[in-house]
Design a protein around this ligand. Structure first.
Ligand SMILES: Cc1cc2nc3c(=O)[nH]c(=O)nc-3n(C[C@H](O)[C@H](O)[C@H](O)COP(=O)(O)OP(=O)(O)OC[C@H]3O[C@@H](n4cnc5c(N)ncnc54)[C@H](O)[C@@H]3O)c2cc1C
Length: 326
């Protein structure tokens, strides 16, 4: 059995996603404990440019499955490609980001390999030669520590929970891998992908998030948040209530049934801080809450609180930040 540790290197719009660098950092610490190497798995079509970027993010070897059938993401084709490449490269623990794609293919890959899986890991400790993974349970109200009994397993890590790996001084060896991928045998075929919000900061990987709830009063309240987000280079999040009220598209929802985020700064504007909302953002490094109700639960987890009307505070804050950051 190989001592190596594998990393699924996720890319989007011809760029390596920041979470991939964090996953490589995690894999490096596990590989050091096992005395193995870190092997990156890059999956897709037309990967010449991406391969050289991926070879420099801190892996020791890069296995590339470059196939026309992988031009558009599908759980079936990507699972087959990852499992095929992993097996051909000797097998070992596999790490990836707990992104939408990670959540989609992680359990499939674990099932296909007959291995255990730990998802949404936020911390790792090494005990008795085995890693122990810390992950939230009960919608983030508690954490549990999980130890995998076998030497090979599949783990997804929460974005922004671990530091990125240091870039390599010289690029890693790139190994092309052939995997049998016949689209005619796929049970499902993706015919068209309709993208929305292209070019906007991705919520799950954002360093700063400006989020709005019912307290911003309507879609125009979210228009008010956009200049603040722009000046901070932030993504815009929302509570479920704001989404259900049609203030903003559901793709912005943060929480138990929305996206899980862990930015350095989360600014909650007119959000009460229900447990289901907290489940998606309580691991943010610094939380700022703006709310008219001084007893709102969001203030219990906020590092900084402003009791006031979001319609007054947000524009004033935006103006001050514009001056400060100019
Ligand atoms: C199974 C389940 C899953 C759920 N999943 C999610 C989820 O993923 N994400 C999520 O967010 N919720 C989720 N919810 C809903 C959650 O319970 C809350 O209902 C929701 O988070 C409330 O959204 P809110 O804070 O925007 O609205 P409210 O609770 O209505 O709070 C609005 C806040 O705005 C403040 N306010 C009012 N006017 C102003 C003003 N002018 N300026 C500043 N502040 C003002 C008020 O004081 C209040 O605190 C879920 C619920 C269930 C049952």
């Amino acid at each position: 059995m190989s001592q190596d540790v594998f990393v699924f290197i996720e890319a989007q719009h011809d760029a390596i996603r920041p979470v991939a660098n964090q996953v490589v950092g995690v894999a490096r610490s596990i590989a050091e404990a096992r005395g193995g190497k870190v092997v990156g798995l890059l999956i897709g079509a037309g990967l010449e440019g991406l391969s050289s970027d991926a070879a420099s993010i801190g892996v020791d070897r890069l296995a590339v499955v470059d196939h026309a059938a992988l031009a558009t993401y599908s759980a079936e084709s990507y699972t087959t490609a990852v499992v095929g490449a992993l097996e051909q490269q000797g097998g070992g623990p596999l790490f990836f980001g707990n992104t939408s794609i990670g959540k989609d293919i992680g359990p499939r890959i674990a099932h296909r390999l007959g291995q255990g899986m730990v998802s949404d890991v936020v911390a790792i400790e090494q005990a008795d030669d085995k890693p122990r993974f810390r992950r939230p349970i009960y919608a983030g109200k508690a954490f549990c520590t999980v130890e995998v009994q076998e030497a090979e397993y599949v783990v997804s890590i929460r974005a922004n929970s671990f530091p990125a790996a240091e870039a390599a001084a010289s690029p890693a060896e790139v190994v092309p891998v052939e995997v049998n991928l016949d689209p005619a045998t796929f049970k499902v075929q993706v015919k068209e992908v309709i993208e929305r919000d292209a070019g906007q900061v991705d919520l799950t990987e954002a360093d700063v998030i400006v989020s709005g709830g019912m307290g911003v009063k309507g879609p125009e309240g979210f228009e008010m948040l956009k200049p603040l987000a722009e000046v901070l280079g932030a993504a815009v999040g929302a509570s479920r209530a704001a989404v259900l009220a049609d203030f903003i598209h559901p793709s912005h929802q943060v929480g138990q049934t929305g996206k899980t985020v862990s930015p350095n700064l989360y600014i909650a504007c007119g959000i009460s801080g229900a447990v289901q909302h907290q489940a998606g953002m309580s691991t943010s490094k610094c939380i700022v809450a703006i709310n008219t109700d001084a007893d709102a639960p969001i203030f219990e987890i906020a590092d900084y609180g402003i009791v006031g009307d979001a319609a007054e505070v947000v524009p004033a804050l935006t103006e001050q930040l514009k001056k400060l950051l100019a």
